[in-house]
Every structure is written in structure tokens, then in C-alpha cells.
Design a protein around this ligand. Structure first.
Ligand SMILES: *Cc1c(COP(=O)(O)O)cnc(C)c1O
Length: 401
């Protein structure tokens, strides 16, 4: 394809400086590949931050957007629409939960989960409102979800915090038990702490939390914004532990690149009264149609088995690298994987080297240094076997030049 390349990338100076970003300006994507305004090509293992379930610009999503955009964009949150109704029915059937509220982001879904738990506390638990959350957990960037997060530094940024989120430790049941009191209404956590560096909640810990919540009449809230919709090789991240949450939140992969999140709950927990919760874009049919297209692919026969096969391919290659590095084996599940690298800032420097390949006329590679020594990979769930082999070769040559 012949591309008209601008002499210089568009200026980014008018954008608020909210994070460190590479200078390249991205203009086009296809599958596992991204192109910048200078025509440089990158193999993308970040995929919009574990968002692009089917890779960049998948035909299923363009078709869903094109068709739905010609029918109905948004009748408004005060009216039912067919797409939201269908998607809610489908998510309820797939999750075993009963009721759904749609949002435009993961943080908003979690904010809704927090409100639902507090409402449940008012209605059923004498005003209990505290939600036990975990150190290093991540639930989003609204004030309440930042307060629920245990990301170091979040407690001082934009202080004062929203109260009511005591912090326990992952995989330490006693630390949760110690925080439970008369004001406790719920326990909230991620099946795998993604932003913390891909740290798994052990199945035994999740099972013990489920039992504890049942015993104490507390709600178990699972934030599946990153782990949901096939990312871990099963449809939901909690399937590995065989526990069912009372409330579950989704985001990221549900929309495959467009903004949609969801809050799901058991019938007995779904206690919002009319007027309690809403949002201008909640359940808009355009995004719901896209989520349907994503679910069509992810729930098709054989798709999750393919995700597991790709995961095994990654794992084999990454474990071989880990052994040569003398580090621990790869962590995570499905296509949410992390590799610990020895040496100060080793992951940060590796990510920079892989990006810089693009400066030398080769294709670059986009990876996430989730911690200075920890590389996180979250490729498209349909990344091809030969692309994975290529990525492993490039990783190897960057690690062992
Ligand atoms: C990304 C993420 C969120 C926040 O989702 P946004 O769509 O960025 O608001 C919440 N929880 C987890 C586990 C996430 O990974």
C-alpha cells in the first residue's frame, strides 16, 4: 500500500501531559501490527492496554459499527434499546449473574460496583459501607476507584481519599479477616492483579474468600476489567478457582477497542432503585453492538482453546528465556503474562530497545514494562502463531544481543 507520509508527525503539544509516551504518533493498525505517522511498523503486544481482544481494526468490529451506526446510535439512557437488552441477556447467561448495568469504562463499572455494595449495605446490613480491598490492587482513576486501589502513591495524589477502603494483602486470608468489622459490606479484588505486575490470586485464596463472604454475609466483588472476556484463556478469570462472585465488573476486552464496561450482579444484590444510578452513554446500542461482535468471536467453538494454545506457545518461549536469564518462570495465565528480568530497570530498558528497533528501518515492538523489572505481555487473543514466533525471536535478540 502506498502511503502519503507527512513531513513531520502532527504536533502533540496541545495534549495534556498525563503520562510518558513515546514520540511516535500512531495512525493505523491491523491485527497485531501498528503503524505510525512516519510509516514505521510495530508488532504490538500491548494492544490498547489489553483492550483489543481481536487485534487492531478487526473486520467484525468495523462491520458491527457500520451496521449499527446506520440504525441507531443512542436513544438515551431513559429508553430501552434492543442491543443493550440482548447484550445484557447474553452476559447474564454467560456469567451466571442476573442483572447488568452498562458503562463506558472499567473505572465507571467499578464505581458502580462500589455504589451497589454501599446501597446493599444500607438496605440489608444496617448501613455497613466498608469494602475490604487489596494492597497493589488497581480499580481505576475516579476518586472512589483510586481510593479502592492499593497502588502506591494513589493515597496522597488528589487527597483526601474517599473513605471506606481498608487494605488487606493478596493471598493472605488472615489480613482480610483482621479488617472485617460491623461496617464491612464487601471484599473487592482482581483475579489477577494486572497493574501490580500480573500477580495471581491463588485459587485457594479466592475459594477461602468466597467461604468467608458467605459466612459473614459479605459481597464478593471481582474486578474482571482486565481478566474478563477470554484474556486468561477462560471466559472469566475466576473460572480457574471455580468461585462465583456476587458482583463482577468488565471493561477493556469487552469492547475490543471501543469504550464499554459492565457491572453484573446477582438478583439478590441488584438493589439499585430508580434514580440511583445512570449515565448518558450507559447501554448505548453502538458500543453494545460491538461487544456482541466481540462475544460472537470469543464464544465461538474452539476460540478459547486457541487462546490456550497461543498461551502455551508464549509460555514455552518465555520460559526458555527466563531459564537463560536465571529468573523465575513466566507468570500469569492465558494471554496476560509477565516475565521478571534481572537487573535494575531491565524491563524499562528492554521496552525502549524494542521500540527503538523502528528507528533503524526494522519493525519495532511494543511491550509494557509494568514494573521496572517486569515485562507484561497482553497481545491480541487471535495473534497468529508465526507472529508469536517472531516476537519471541525479537525478544531473544534484544535480551541476548
Ligand atoms: C484498566 C483497569 C481498570 C480501569 O478501567 P478504565 O477503562 O481504564 O477505567 C479497572 N480495573 C482493572 C483491573 C483494570 O485493569
Amino acid at each position: 500500500m502506498k502511503l502519503d507520509l507527512p513531513a513531520a508527525p502532527p504536533s502533540t503539544a496541545a495534549l495534556m501531559n498525563i503520562t510518558r509516551r513515546p514520540e511516535a504518533v500512531f495512525t493505523r493498525g491491523h491485527g497485531s501490527w501498528l503503524w505510525d505517522s512516519q510509516g514505521r511498523r510495530y508488532l504490538d503486544l500491548v494492544q490498547g492496554w489489553a483492550v483489543n481482544t481481536l487485534g487492531h481494526a478487526p473486520p467484525q468490529i468495523s462491520a458491527a459499527l457500520a451496521a449499527q451506526s446506520q440504525r441507531l446510535l443512542q436513544p438515551g439512557p431513559g429508553l430501552f434499546n434492543d442491543r443493550a437488552a440482548e447484550l445484557a441477556t447474553r452476559l447474564a447467561a454467560l456469567s451466571g449473574l442476573d442483572r447488568v448495568f452498562f458503562t463506558s469504562s472499567g473505572a465507571e463499572a467499578n464505581e458502580g460496583a462500589i455504589k451497589l455494595a454501599r446501597k446493599f449495605g444500607q438496605v440489608h446490613r444496617g448501613g455497613a459501607f466498608e469494602i475490604v480491598t487489596l494492597e497493589n490492587g488497581f480499580h481505576g482513576r475516579t476518586l472512589a476507584t483510586m481510593s479502592a486501589s492499593g497502588k502506591p502513591g494513589f493515597d496522597r495524589l488528589f487527597a483526601p481519599q474517599v473513605p471506606g477502603f481498608p487494605k488487606a494483602r493478596l493471598n493472605d486470608l488472615a489480613s482480610v479477616q483482621a479488617l472485617i468489622g460491623p461496617q464491612t459490606v464487601a471484599v473487592m479484588l482482581e483475579p489477577i492483579q494486572g497493574e501490580a505486575g500480573v500477580i495471581e490470586a491463588q485459587p485457594g485464596f479466592l475459594q477461602a474468600l468466597r467461604a468467608l463472604c458467605d459466612e459473614q454475609g459479605l459481597l464478593l466483588i471481582l474486578d474482571e476489567v482486565q481478566t474478563g472476556v477470554g484474556r486468561t484463556g477462560t471466559l472469566w478469570g475466576h473460572e480457574a478457582a471455580g468461585v462465583r462472585p456476587d458482583i463482577m465488573t468488565l471493561g477493556k476486552g469487552l469492547g475490543g477497542g471501543v469504550p464499554i464496561g459492565a457491572l453484573l450482579a446477582r438478583e439478590a444484590v441488584s438493589c439499585f432503585a430508580p434514580g440511583d444510578q445512570g449515565g448518558t452513554y450507559c447501554g448505548n446500542p453502538l458500543m453494545c453492538a460491538v461487544a456482541q461482535a466481540v462475544l460472537d468471536v470469543v464464544t465461538a467453538s474452539g476460540f478459547l482453546a486457541d487462546v490456550q494454545a497461543r498461551s502455551a506457545q508464549w509460555r514455552q518461549g518465555l520460559d526458555a528465556l527466563a531459564r537463560r536469564l536465571g529468573g523465575p518462570p513466566v507468570q500469569g495465565r492465558g494471554l496476560l503474562l509477565a516475565l521478571q528480568l534481572p537487573g535494575e530497570d531491565a524491563a524499562t530498558r528492554l521496552a525502549a530497545r524494542l521500540l527503538e528497533r523502528a528507528e533503524t528501518g526494522q519493525a519495532g515492538m511494543l511491550v509494557n514494562a509494568v514494573r521496572p523489572q517486569r515485562l507484561r505481555l497482553m497481545p491480541a487473543l487471535n495473534m497468529q502463531a508465526d507472529e508469536i514466533s517472531l516476537a519471541l525471536v525479537w525478544l531473544e535478540s534484544a535480551l541476548f544481543p
